[in-house]
Design a protein around this ligand. Sequence first.
Ligand SMILES: NC(=O)c1ccc[n+]([C@@H]2O[C@H](COP(=O)([O-])OP(=O)(O)OC[C@H]3O[C@@H](n4cnc5c(N)ncnc54)[C@H](O)[C@@H]3O)[C@@H](O)[C@H]2O)c1
Length: 256
Amino acid sequence: MRLEGKTAIVTGAASGLQGEVMGYGGATARIFSKEGANVIIADLKDEIGEKTASEIRDGGGSAKYVHLDVTSEHDWINAIEVATSEFGELNILVNNAGIGDPSIIEETSVDSWNRQMDIMAKGTFLGTKYAIPEMRKAGGGSIVNVSSVFGNVGSLGDSVYSAAKGAVRTFTKATAVQHAKDGIRANSVHPGWGMTPMTVDPFSDPDILDPKLATVPMGRLARPEEIGYGILFFASDEASFATGAELVIDGGRIAW
Ligand SMILES: NC(=O)c1ccc[n+]([C@@H]2O[C@H](COP(=O)([O-])OP(=O)(O)OC[C@H]3O[C@@H](n4cnc5c(N)ncnc54)[C@H](O)[C@@H]3O)[C@@H](O)[C@H]2O)c1
């Protein structure tokens, strides 16, 4: 019970149904619940998000779904109000929601730039901004931002995605520096490729998947829980001296 009694919001966590393709956020929500946390599953996908929360409750966990568009200040204020009114305080925030666009720079539209920056960079900023006062009231907290290996290194495509994930990476460090004295830690997790709802279509095509796997020393995709356990470490008190840090979980993809 590494998170016993703590309350966590995990964004982009709707896809956590057993027997279906799970997202990194959905797997994280399940792990958090097993470790004793009250979990707020926050996403745009209301139907599957409600089902995931209900499946967790049926298994004896504590979970609630809330509709959250991470680009909306109004939705953030509501989600945090739901967390604190249901469970008393907010201790953990995982900014995990994201979208992808594999386009190269010359083929990327301004709309795509705005949308990706809004969801990943602005969404992380807004969640952090509204979580901090509640975490301060709770005597501290832990913010875990899901970046990507493409927040650390360049990609042959994914142009705006890399920029947005790079923003998430350094915004995490700004959060860590500004709020260390409040007892609020902020760290980023940098996953490599995994088979999730976001990638299941392209990665089902061997012409797309095989060249990617050829660049991964472990030669396989991540299982969602392998990312979730990294997020759990930063969320838990075991990481009490870790802030502004980054954890790459990518089967060795960017080690060479
Ligand atoms: N799958 C991979 O290979 C991979 C690799 C590196 C990083 N990541 C990152 O992991 C995170 C989770 O992605 P995933 O692969 O598990 O896919 P996923 O589709 O399960 O998760 C993304 C979730 O974000 C939600 N979302 C999108 N826009 C939103 C918004 N405006 N407000 C709230 N929720 C929104 C989606 O509905 C979805 O449930 C993302 O940040 C992604 O960039 C994924």
